[in-house]
Design a protein around this ligand. Structure first.
Ligand code: PLP
Length: 424
């Protein structure tokens, strides 16, 4: 019999009982109704948002995915799959190294050129995820700008928060989207100190937009750099899918863009974009870029194909259809008196406000209607604001939208939940 290490290490005397500590940590999540269960789904190429759900007992059910971040269905787009197949057949599976040691291929270089062009910047750097890109870049900046102060929106994504925590320099948190508060914080610091403002163009849990122009104005006034996470906006906004900054004509005012290749571009990976000098410095100093295997060439090829496609009018057609579906879904749920959170973006959150109810609704949608939407609980959102977050795409058809609306109506009545409150 093979014993797990933890079985040997039951607390002896005053020594730590590791197993009990794990039970306690996991038990706490169960008690608070926020223990996470991953459901096992297999997407069907060409049929997405349909997928097969395999239950723990092995039985299978066809479901509709309503919470994916493959916002435009690019994960199954023939242009992307063709590029990936070709690269896979040409080069094999992995890159075989870090960017510095044999892991830079023509596919990585092409992808970075595509990304720089997307954001109207001189250069870009690809990371294994946008999480890594945020964490590695923000934590490295103090090496480049001694004395740097980072100003961070209170609702910034965990990856920015982690990077800023590890940044080991002065940091200020401004209230979410509160320009006046940001101004006060900037004004209170030494005018000569180097500064950077980190924020997002779309905060994905509420679907609200960051005040990009007003923040850029403050950055000009206080000689600060701007760091914009466009993870939920790239591919989705702007005439070429360059994000909200592109849509609003503000591309030239951002110093560092962050984006993902894993959501609207449908593949995997993350990046930053900026001046050639900024990219060169981060490339040279960020451990999270230097000491890790580069993404597989096939992934780079697929992402580059998705970005190139979404720059075209065909890409615009997908964006338009996605926006239309989001508007229809919001209108119909609002018509039923559901408490939707509507800031005019592509995301459709429905406020539930209790972790146990939120999980129960999600379970019922799945079990009774074959509709998959993951409950969003603390710490992803503040306690009391638990929600179901729907992500309509161009590949959700009117029948699937109809099914969702009827299922929500049915459950809202069954569970006697409140209607007629719109949170905006
Ligand atoms: C705002 C934001 N930034 C960064 C990330 C990380 O992106 P990735 O999945 O590429 O690591 C996420 C992921 O959801 C996000 O929401």
């Amino acid at each position: 019999m093979i014993l797990q290490a933890s079985e040997y290490k039951q607390g002896k005397g005053s020594a730590m009982d590791y197993s009990a500590a794990l039970d306690q940590a996991i038990g706490k999540l169960h008690e608070e109704g926020r223990y996470r269960t991953f459901i096992d789904i297999e997407r069907r190429k060409g049929a997405y948002p349909q997928a097969i759900w395999t239950r723990p007992d092995g039985s299978e059910t066809e479901i509709t995915v309503w919470c994916g971040n493959d916002y435009l269905g690019m994960g199954q787009h023939p242009v992307v799959l063709k590029a990936m197949h070709e690269a896979l057949d040409a080069t094999g599976a992995g890159s075989g190294g870090t960017r510095n040691i044999s892991g830079t291929t023509v596919y990585h270089k092409r992808l970075e050129v595509e990304l720089a062009d997307l954001h109207g910047q001189e250069a870009a750097l690809v990371f294994s995820s946008a999480y890594n890109a945020n964490d590695a870049t923000l934590s490295t900046l103090r090496k480049l700008f001694p004395g740097l102060i980072i100003y961070s929106d209170q609702l910034n994504h965990a990856s920015m928060i982690e990077g800023i925590k590890r940044f080991d320099g002065p940091k200020r948190i401004f209230r979410h989207n509160d320009i006046q508060h940001l101004r006060e914080l900037l004004a209170a610091d030494d005018p000569a100190a180097p500064k950077l403002i980190a924020f997002e163009s779309i905060y994905s849990m509420d679907g609200d937009f960051g005040p990009i122009e007003a923040i850029c104005d403050l950055a000009d006034e206080f000689n600060a750099l701007t760091y914009l996470d466009e993870v939920h906006a790239v591919g989705m906004y702007g005439p070429r899918g360059g994000g909200v900054a592109e849509r609003d004509g503000l591309t030239g005012r951002i110093d560092i863009f962050n984006g993902t290749l894993g959501k609207a571009f449908g593949v995997f990976g993350g990046y930053i974009a900026g001046t050639a000098k900024m990219m060169d410095a981060i490339r040279s100093y960020a451990p999270g870029f230097i000491f890790t295997t580069s993404i597989p060439p096939s992934v780079a090829a697929g992402a580059a194909a998705a970005i190139a496609f979404l720059k075209t009018s065909d890409g615009q057609e997908l964006r338009d259809k996605q926006q239309l579906h989001a508007r229809i879904l919001k209108m119909r749920l609002r018509g039923l008196g559901m408490p939707i959170i509507d800031h005019g973006s592509h995301i459709v959150p429905v406020h539930v406000g209790h972790p146990v109810h939120c999980k129960a609704l999600s379970d019922m949608l799945l079990a009774e209607f074959g509709i998959y939407v993951q409950p969003i609980n603390f710490p992803t959102v503040p306690r009391g604001t638990e929600r179901l977050r729907f992500t309509p795409s161009p590949v959700h058809d009117p029948k699937q939208i109809d099914q969702l609306v009827h299922a929500m109506d049915d459950l809202w009545s069954q569970c006697k939940l409140n209607r007629h409150t719109c949170v905006a």
